[in-house]
Design a protein around this ligand. Sequence first.
Ligand code: C5P
Length: 234
Amino acid sequence: MHNPIIVALDVPNPEQALALAAQVAPAVGAFKIGKELFVSAGPDIVRRIRATGAAVFLDLKFHDIPNTVAKAVTAAVQLDVQMLTIHTSGGTAMMQAAEQAAQEAAHAAGHPAPLVLGVTVLTSLDAADLAAVGIAGGVGAQVERLAALAATAGLRGLVCSPLEIIALRKLLPATMQLVTPGIRPAEGGKPDDQKRTMTPRDALAAGASWLVIGRPIYAAANPRAAAEAILATL
Ligand code: C5P
């Protein structure tokens, strides 16, 4: 089995990100670079983490017209990232443009294509929030609608809440990669601001392909030991 742990490098500067990555790299499968670190440290932090040999998940959640998203995906491929995110609510043409750009840019650069992951409904939104922006029918139905649309558009992966995995596995092709945040270890796992969590082992049993883990690793007294302890439960 591949190491499914993706550590979120949710730290404000490149020095902290590189130190954390060096410390935990032997115990994890990849690192996630999100908006805070990317906006403060720029694309150079992606190159520097990649230069350590680690896989990178660039979590910038692109959502724009298809041409703009395709160009952003092409730029991400040139940074040699292994995973990136787009919003499925950008629609079929945007998703197809992102996947096509990932394949073509990777082919031109001689890399494997990164996994373009679709984000469905942000977990910060509830049914009332969706209704306010004109989406009736609730969160579950909208997640399933967008997940099915992503599969039809040719995406090979989705980001989802651990509590959505079982329902999504029933409607998606078995090859679809599911990446889930909201993971908390069974022993001493503080929920922080996550309201709906699952243990790493349970999320994999439900059908997750990758686990995004932030604070339980980076905020631990010993991040390497915390990552190893999680790995040992899998
Ligand atoms: O610290 P924690 O393990 O909660 O970090 C989870 C990571 O996954 C963070 O980078 C957070 O932004 C991201 N994430 C999330 N929930 C989502 C989508 C992304 O927690 N629905």
